[in-house]
Design a protein around this ligand. Sequence first.
Ligand code: GDP
Ligand code: IMO
Ligand code: MG
Length: 430
Amino acid sequence: MPATCVVGLQWGDEAKGKIVDLLADSHQFVVRFNGGANAGHTVVWGDRKFALSLLPTGVLKPHVTSVIGNGVVVYPPRFLEEVGKLRDGGVPVGANLVVSDHAHVIFPYHMEEERVAEAEADGKIGTTGRGIGPCYQDKVGRRYGVRVGELLHPTHLRERLKQIVPVKNRLLTAFANGHTDALKTFDANKLCDEYLGYADQIRPHITDTARLLHDALKAGKQVLFEAAQGSLLDVDHGTYPYVTSSNSLPAGIWSGTGVPSRAVTRIIGVVKAYTTRVGRGPCPTELLDDTGDRIRKIGREFGTVTGRPRRVGWLDALTVKYTAALAGADEITVMLLDVLSGLPELKICTAYELDGQRVDHFPSDAFQLERCQPVYETLPGWTEDLTACRKPADLPANARRYVDRIGELVGLPVSVVSVGPDRDQTILMK
Ligand code: GDP
Ligand code: IMO
Ligand code: MG
């Protein structure tokens, strides 16, 4: 029962959406197992552009069953908004989209908790403001978590919210301590009425997705897992605390869907040809100069979810080698290579220097990584526009050399090189 996983090996936005979209053609199931509407996956088909946030990228293909697994946190208005936008754009969405009854529900008080926490100078992570962290906190804390399946039981839901909302209001008021502007508090009954309205619309999509996937795998269906975020944002293995609140590595598949990890036989690590990061936290190869600005502009490096400018830097091969090992990647894809055209030379970080010592491994603590200086290898650039390249032989020698060197440093074959956002702008290297 072979399944595939697509996972980002940096800090998110590696162009996973493009790879998932390409692979979706040959899969019957595309499954999200972590995160929520903090993700932003862009897919381009000719002059059509789709931005998916909470929904799996497979939803663009009617032949695919798109699954939101139990490990995802769901904001119902966002779910409905995304479905509505797709339908308006002529993409049929119906029984092909399912959501786990065990996925946790995001309420507006989660977003308010996040807003208050992010307003604290010392507490700032630079989150997306989508209520992700507070919802996962409630899930693990157990007392105040609400699962999608509970939305289908009106009396039960009202009782739960009558228990939870007053506590949330007290917590918010104490937490804000008069320092946060226009603090919002909530009314349990109103919130319940609002969410029952969403539940009526989401009801047809709610199911036991673990069983669905077990049956699919048993029947020999092709299943594709789409990781949201990137490996360095994984709550356990990323640059903690500047991470998201879920396991974005393939390790999250088992807990986030109920599919045992041995079912996943192909893991594709997606790597941007340079580095980007949104929000706070260490980024040793960050470029705070004209080169960084140029890459940001040409690569259109502005967050899909928040519109924030992404921090930009040289490729960090030391880090990607580490995340490839954490992810168990079998191969890598090199994305947005076209963006680097015209730079006279390119740098790849191969080691760090910390307190005058060379470091060849990824420091496990963000506060140590913050103090690391990158050690670079320099490669010659190329001037040619790559966006019309379609096969390996079309790539200029220096672009090919750059790609090959990434593969060598990471220690994995490069299976795909991407030279533009469109589906066609893809080079199969094998
Ligand atoms: P994801 O979150 O990993 O799915 O990545 P995003 O969609 O947030 O960001 C990747 C961006 O790069 C999107 O706007 C894509 O349309 C775009 N993109 C994907 N591949 C390429 C490429 O090879 N070249 C260029 N220039 N853009 C690309
Ligand atoms: P995709 O799937 C890039 C970042 C946020 C912030 C940190 C925590 O598009 O690659 P959160 O709202 O999750 O609590 O924020 O994680 N972040 C992402 N950065 N791509 C993403 O998703 C991200 N999802 C979260 O910017 O630094
Ligand atoms: Mg993204």
